[in-house]
Write a protein that binds this ligand. Structure first.
Ligand SMILES: [Zn+2]
Length: 445
């Protein structure tokens, strides 16, 4: 009997059996990008994690509707527009398009629905009106705020209590707020800022409001899975829950909440504010589109709830491994994913275990069809084999090229000891140097 899907639910802090509302049609929503800049590799992690989950869900269940929104109205976008002098729509369309290209290079399928916040302003306004009517929100100074203390079980996702939030209130609370933890549903726009007419004056929605309204419009009150990075748990997801639950008579916004861990660089979270980020776009520009698959594999080598460390070495190792598997499966037709891989993925999306199983499959001459089908379930080995792949690896590897020129230099100086040392260094990476009339060529074991 096939195993059942278990996922860790942030709402209950437990790994649980996944119980869909309708097993014939799964619904999933993941918070998408705010489009004013390039996505860094840390932003790519949820894309790859939830794309992999989507592939499993499509395999195991009849139908999946997967939505990932685009936030195209936000203070950061307004700032970027003021800085560059470009129109907001020029900025958001440009970065939404680049985002699409970047995630396509990671072999992440387009979600079934890509709702854009600015297409849902009417829905947001009616959600806000409803919350005012139900005494969960109030108008003050052109703002509409959600009053956190009106919701008894606020804080259930992030394990915070209203009392603690009230007690921990900072002194410098905006004077239009009744209580410090209250959050903005609607805010006023100046003439220079984009805005929409509303019963509370010309203004724009708060970020949290966007997702609640888009989920309701596309799916109704409750969805099966809501996902995102762990940094979204508080306040963003907590506030999504507050808005939707209070508007929907207490109905769950999502039955399962899934959050991926950080991408780290030398143990620190990769983030824009820390300045330690690498954008997907620059990696693709530098190394070619094929490197996207290696980035994807790299992101899958850690369990999604654990941090994953980013290093170019990790990406190169992944690329090397993929090249091997491409070689092994070049004349092979995909059959069906191996049971042990499905088993690993159904256990809270254990991708490191699944990749380990791929290594095992690769050793078995008779299971190449399963190797290919299993890798493809993980979003890997999807390209047709092309003989340029090894060249791709070479291009991917600025470090190897530096070693090669170092070796050429040593040979020119008749420093054969150094040249040999470099050859051994390559050997440690599983690479043999072949000197040919066209210069040295690298062969991967
Ligand atoms: Zn959201």
């Amino acid at each position: 009997m096939a195993s059942k899907l278990k996922i860790y639910n942030t709402l209950t802090n437990k790994k649980e059996e996944f119980k869909p509302i309708d097993p014939a049609h799964i619904t999933m929503y993941v918070c998408g990008p705010t489009v004013y800049d390039f996505a860094h590799v840390g932003n790519a992690r949820p894309v790859v994690v939830f794309d992999t989950l989507a592939r499993l869900l499509r395999h195991d269940f009849g139908k999946l509707t997967y939505a990932r929104n685009i936030t195209d109205i936000d203070d950061k976008i307004i700032e970027a527009s003021q800085k560059s002098g470009e129109d907001i729509s020029v900025i958001t369309e440009k970065y939404a398009r680049i985002y699409e290209e970047d995630v396509a290079a990671l072999n992440a399928d387009m979600p079934d629905i890509v709702p854009k916040a600015t297409d849902y302003i009417e829905e947001m306004k009616s959600l806000i009106s409803d919350l005012i009517e139900k005494d969960h929100a109030y108008e003050a100074d052109g703002h509409v705020l959600f009053q956190v203390s009106t919701m008894q079980d606020y804080g259930g996702l992030s394990n915070r209590s209203v009392e603690d939030l009230l007690a921990g209130a900072r002194v410098d609370v905006a004077d239009y707020k009744r209580e410090a933890p209250d959050f903005v549903l609607w805010k006023p726009s100046s003439d220079a800022q984009p805005g929409w007419d509303s019963p509370w004056g010309r203004g724009r929605p708060g970020w949290h409001t966007e997702c609640s309204a888009m989920i309701e419009k596309n799916f109704g009150k409750t969805i099966d899975i809501h996902g995102g990075g762990q940094d979204l748990i508080f306040p963003h997801h907590e506030n999504e829950i507050a808005q939707s639950k209070c508007s929907h008579g207490g109905a769950n916004l999502a039955n399962h909440w899934m959050h991926n861990g950080y991408l780290t660089v030398n143990g620190e979270k990769m983030s824009k504010s820390l300045g330690n980020f690498v954008t997907v776009h620059e990696l693709l520009e530098e190394h070619g589109k094929n490197i996207g698959e290696a980035i994807r594999m790299c992101l899958l080598t850690a369990h999604y709830r654990q941090p994953v460390d980013f290093s170019s070495d990790g990406i190169l190792q992944a690329n090397k491994q993929l090249t091997k598997w491409y070689n092994l499966t070049q004349d092979v037709t995909a059959t069906k994913p191996a049971e042990e891989i499905l088993e690993a993925l159904r256990n809270d999306l254990n991708t490191p275990k699944a990749i380990m199983e791929l290594h095992q499959l690769a050793k078995d001459e008779n299971r190449k069809g399963e190797l290919l089908a299993s890798a493809q379930l993980l979003g890997l080995l999807y390209r047709k084999f092309d003989s340029d792949l090894t060249v791709g690896v070479l291009e991917a590897n600025a470090e190897y090229e530096a070693w090669l020129s170092e070796r050429e230099e040593a040979k020119k100086n008749k420093d054969y000891a150094t040249a040999d040392k470099i050859r051994d260094r390559f050997k440690e990476h599983g690479i043999t140097i072949k000197d040919t009339p066209d210069g040295p060529k690298l062969e991967f074991d």
